[in-house]
Design a protein around this ligand. Structure first.
Ligand SMILES: [Mg+2]
Length: 143
């Protein structure tokens, strides 16, 4: 059984193929998208996604724009940004805008899986708190 559902977003097809295989062997359910717009479409139809692994440098909608849209439309989904040396500033900006964390490309697969695990734990804790708040509201009404 997989421990998290991951959406991998990158404009490089070969990178997506390799990473999909590598992450798939580590108990992750992996979906891919080749653009920011594609990622938002996928999130709109698949509410199982826990963590987005997001390339910073993409044509059209870049990583930072995509991050902002995810934070506003899918606030419970956690985002890990993947950045090259030239775009480290963007990753820092992403952290300020609510990304869970970032990694430099080429990234260590174990490190990435570790981050996905932590991001998923954060999301689960968040969901648990929201559920408890709902329960309190319901029991409050019954008294
Ligand atoms: Mg790219």
């Amino acid at each position: 059984m997989s421990f998290a559902n991951v959406l991998l977003v990158d404009d490089e097809k070969s990178f997506l193929e390799i990473m999909e295989k590598r992450l798939g062997t580590r108990d992750l359910e992996v979906t891919t998208a080749e653009s920011g717009a594609g990622a938002l479409d996928e999130l709109g139809r698949n509410n199982e996604i826990d963590v987005v692994i997001l390339d910073v440098k993409m044509p059209g909608m870049d990583g930072l724009e995509t991050l902002k849209a995810i934070r506003s439309d899918f606030p419970l989904v956690e985002v890990i940004m993947l950045t090259g040396h030239g775009t480290i500033e963007t990753a820092i900006e992403g952290m300020k805008k609510g990304a869970f964390d970032y990694l430099l490309k080429p990234c260590d697969i174990e490190q990435l899986v570790g981050l996905v695990r932590k991001a998923k734990d954060k999301k689960s804790a968040h969901e648990e708190k929201i559920m408890q708040a709902h329960m309190k509201e319901i029991t409050g009404r019954m008294i």
